[in-house]
Write a new protein. Structure first.
Length: 229
């Protein structure tokens, strides 16, 4: 098991497919959020920090390709299409519409997991981050959501990981309170709320949370994840 799971939104109306994913993906390091319709999927997108999306094209309420293009226009989240339609035309439309990959049903779970990890790795590369961040004893694997401090497997919450991931993407740079609040919670209010999460995060990854060597405070401005010299 990883220290905290990759959060995946599954937009799929077939309950048997959802059941299969629910039974097989968590043991491989993924947390599943389910939506039976396109509208329900959009509601989740607006309220949850996500890492990946698995999208069925044959949804009951919307055109799957249209939903794909809509999501890609508003969110920078890799989308892996999962569909019974195996025509070359549909695959090309999906990939040109912004899908990271296209998997045809029926599918092999191990193959799907491999494609999900590749999609996540490509996203990190586009954002300029290495899949694995290291500084001293701290190791953060953004693909497998694994955090190690020396031999210790560090467990953190999904929100804490979202903050840590943001810091890794901008490692060495100072992120303001407002930037972090906007990216994680989509608002710039309540800095104290952010400070609470930072205290918790330091307790988990720092050897001495009161004398941090990884996440440092820039007084009055924000936070910085230090890189190795």
């Amino acid at each position: 098991m990883t220290s905290t799971s990759v959060k995946v939104l599954v937009i799929e109306d077939d309950r048997l497919i959802r059941r299969l994913l629910r039974a097989s993906l968590p043991s491989r390091g993924f947390t599943i959020i389910e939506a039976e319709t396109g509208a329900a999927g959009l509601d989740v997108l607006k309220s949850e920090p996500l890492d990946l999306i698995i999208l069925d094209l044959g949804l009951p309420d919307v055109n799957g390709l249209g939903l794909l293009r809509h999501i890609r226009g508003d969110f920078n989240i890799p989308i892996v299409v999962l569909s019974y339609t195996g025509s070359v035309t549909t695959k090309v439309e999906a990939l040109e519409g912004g899908a990271a990959d296209y998997v045809t049903k029926p599918f092999n779970v191990d193959e799907l997991v491999a494609r999900l990890r590749v999609a996540l790795r490509h996203r990190l590369q586009r954002e300029g981050a290495a899949p694995v961040f290291r500084n001293g004893e701290l190791m953060i694997d953004l693909v497998r959501h694994r955090i190690m401090r020396g031999p210790v497997n560090v467990k953190i919450s999904p929100t804490e990981f979202a903050i840590l991931r943001l810091l890794v993407l901008h490692a060495g740079k100072v992120l303001t309170h407002e930037q972090i609040l906007r990216e994680i919670w989509n608002h710039t209010r309540n800095i104290e709320y952010l400070r609470v999460y930072m205290r918790q995060l330091r307790k988990r990854i720092e050897i001495d949370p009161h004398n941090p060597q990884y996440i440092v405070t820039v007084p009055g401005v924000g936070y910085q994840l230090l890189t190795a010299d």
